[in-house]
Design a protein around this ligand. Structure first.
Ligand code: NAD
Ligand code: MG
Length: 383
């Protein structure tokens, strides 16, 4: 039996790489649903090639174009944000891979869990916004959340066979991004072109900026808390510029396990789809002699304040990480539109965390309202 996959955000960096994995293993996986925000041409191309049952183009202005091409091929087309949230409930789907960016991942993921679909989670923002709610819902519905993020996939792989054993702590590795070692003064006039050049990974624009500000690593700390049920003090970040060690677990006997390999997102994507099996991959193999030195540094959280803000959000809990995520989405977009400077991203995030009311035990409604309010507050700081 082939596993039937729904890819939310199939036209992005993770989405297209997921399709490459599926193509390589067409005997094991098939595409049931594809969704995209506005890239209609690529969505059509993907649908014609992979023949899903249905597609969603969220931006309704492209509906006519997509549906006109696909109806002849017996592929259903839907449009709009509600369709995105509902499509995950389709009976035939086994795995929902969440490769869309930002807060938009929250409601579809909730619905997918309620419909008892296995979640392959790339959209870390879902766990940042509402990690407590999502993990509780997954437990209640006995649904597995399999990490696609490379660091979390590494931790997950280290934990296979160790479920009885206590974790002392985990180390999330960080490349340090394009501005590792820079001072605040040197970051004053960073352009978006500079920030969009990541040394080791090719990713979508938003996560690339998040990597440059270390917001991404901060979000990954929060993501790790919820995925592996850890306390903030059990999660450490270590800068490892070569991105070969993808993360490590330290057990209570002091022993450490790490997962290594060349930086290639197709590896964690494939593992999430094939779990618990490992299946062949033709991707390039690591050669020790190409990397005679693997190095490690302490992250500079005074310069890259976002990492500190994420720990603060984790320690205080409630809706604080939801506020941080919403503020950051607005700030990153403003930076990409040349409206604010690089260092203002973290400053806006910090200001929003102070200004938006704290809720200690938020409901889903509270998260939705917090997200809206934090965006409004962040927008006033951008203009
Ligand atoms: P991307 O920008 O390349 O692609 C985003 C996809 O989501 C596109 O298909 C787009 O059409 C869709 N999308 C965007 N906004 C949407 C909205 N509002 N509603 C519905 N669909 C929307 O992003 P990416 O780099 O592939 O990242 C996707 C997710 O995976 C992010 O949460 C990111 O943090 C995470 N992630 C990415 C990588 C990576 O290597 N790219 C690694 C780890 C985790
Ligand atoms: Mg990562």
């Amino acid at each position: 039996m082939k596993k039937k996959i729904a890819i939310l955000g199939s036209t992005g960096s993770i989405g297209t790489q997921t399709l490459e994995v599926i193509e390589e293993h067409a005997d094991k996986f098939e595409v049931e649903v594809l969704t995209a925000n506005s890239n209609a041409d690529l969505l059509i191309e993907q649908a014609l090639k992979f023949k899903p049952n249905a597609v969603v183009i969220v931006d309704e202005t492209h509906y006519k174009k997509v549906s006109e091409v696909l109806w002849e091929h017996d592929i259903k087309t839907y449009s709009g944000i509600e369709a995105l949230a509902q499509i995950v409930e389709m009976e035939a789907i086994d795995i929902v891979l969440t490769a869309l960016v930002g807060y938009a991942g929250l409601l579809p993921t909730i619905n997918a869990i309620k419909a008892k679909k296995t979640i392959a989670l790339a959209n870390k923002e879902t766990l940042v916004v509402a990690g407590e709610l999502i993990t509780k819902l997954a437990r209640e519905n006995q649904v597995a959340i399999l990490p696609v993020d490379s660091e979390h996939s590494a931790i997950f792989q280290c934990l296979v066979g160790e479920f009885q054993n206590n974790i002392e702590k985990i180390y999330l590795t960080a490349s340090g991004g394009p501005f590792r070692g820079k001072t605040r003064d040197e970051l004053l006039n960073i352009t978006k072109e500079q920030a969009l050049k990541h040394p080791n990974w090719e990713m979508g624009a938003k996560i690339t900026i998040d990597s440059a500000t270390l917001m991404n690593k901060g979000f990954e700390v929060i993501e790790a808390k919820w995925l592996f049920n850890l306390k903030p003090e059990q999660i450490d970040v270590i800068v490892h510029p070569q991105s070969i060690i993808h993360s490590l677990v330290q057990f209570e006997d002091g022993s450490m396990k790490a997962q290594l390999g060349l930086p290639d997102m197709k590896h964690p994507i494939q593992y999430a789809l094939s779990f618990p099996q490992r299946i062949f991959s033709k991707s390039a193999r690591f050669n020790f002699l190409d990397y005679p030195q693997l190095t490690f540094e302490q992250p500079d959280t005074d310069t890259f304040l976002n990492l500190k803000l994420a720990y603060l959000a984790l320690e205080k809990g409630g809706n604080l990480a939801c506020i941080l995520n919403a503020a950051n989405e607005i700030a990153v977009e403003a930076f990409l539109n040349d409206k604010i400077a690089f260092l203002q991203i973290a400053a806006i995030n910090q200001q929003c965390m102070k200004n938006v009311p704290f809720i200690e035990h938020p409901t889903l409604e509270d998260y939705i309202k917090t997200n809206e309010l934090a965006r409004e507050v962040a927008l006033t700081l951008v203009d």
